[in-house]
Write a protein that binds this ligand. Sequence first.
Ligand SMILES: *Cc1c(COP(=O)(O)O)cnc(C)c1O
Length: 386
Amino acid sequence: MDSRNWTRRSLAAQAMGKIDAQTRAVVPPIHVATTYIRDEDNGYSSGFVYGRPDNETIREAESVLAMLEEAEAGAFLFGSGMAAATAVFQALSPGDHVVASKVMYWALRAWLLTEATRWGLSIEFVETDDLVALRDAMKPGVTRLVWVETPSNPLWTITDIAAAAEIAHAAGAKLAVDSTCASPVHTRPLTLGADIVMHAATKVLNGHSDVVAGALCAREDDAFWNRIKTVRRSQGGILGPFEAYLLMRGMRTLHVRQERQSASAMALAERLSSHPLVTRVLYPGLPQHPGHDIAARQMEGGFGYMLSIQVAGGEAAAVRTAAGVQLYKRATSLGGVESLIEHRASIEGAGSPCPPDLLRLSTGIEDVDDLHADLDRALRAGHGAG
Ligand SMILES: *Cc1c(COP(=O)(O)O)cnc(C)c1O
């Protein structure tokens, strides 16, 4: 099948249309071997040597993701989103300066503060949606990496990827984007000038809350990407083949799930904006959201499946609201077909920019009227009990 003839949606639905050569099966087998027969002349004509650096099932899932992200240099799967993200930082050298989004996935911020600094990296957190602040933080020739999360967890601030790429490149730095919450359905950062895209594939790419996985995609097969390849190969960060198979199955339905989830998130954001017990809705699809205009430019077909609400009555009412849901599941993580609700401040702890009255909502594929009714009932009960 010539992939140039078909849209990304069609190619994803068929996981690139690969047919098993021996059986003609439309679903290729899962390759579990950790080792491969050598040729008589001692070579490896199949191209496979050992299971830690490489695996055919992993390659198949990577080819789907590389296609989705329009990643010319390809994609690499890792055992988790954190394993993928940290590989980027481990590809840097001691003394390198990094500028990163202040609002970002809390566990990565914690890793940067505690672990990355021990490796000799100097990390500076700025509001990357403020391009002046971003430009001011750059140290030309010393800053090697700008790390941006957009929309950023859990406030859904939007960073202008094209502008951030220009600022990074002007200082001689790479731009990496954590695009977990946009997904390649809505945004493809490499086409906007980013060098690396990172995904917690645990989330909407897999979409069924049953795989922990991470991914990196690159625009250019350059020295930095080769450093990252070395880190994955030598440190054993590769995903397992069973997980890669499940992820590939998940990506076949990415477009239909993501479109439904984003449409429902938009509908909920609009309806909750006029709810008497909601003081603020954070969602880039709303015109009053500070990043709306940029989001409208760099996100297509929707604004994503994540939103947050701030609840009248403060932290206690927010916690009681989360306690009162029935259809929403009170759990961490995001991007699955089931909707999740979480009081983030109690997870993120001190130093988090997350307000205490905030509830994070991951929108699944349930009936949107049911989701609204569940939240409405829980908000009222949570307020009444106070
Ligand atoms: C979940 C998440 C991560 C980390 O991914 P894991 O697979 O849990 O390691 C990183 N970034 C964002 C935005 C996430 O939501």
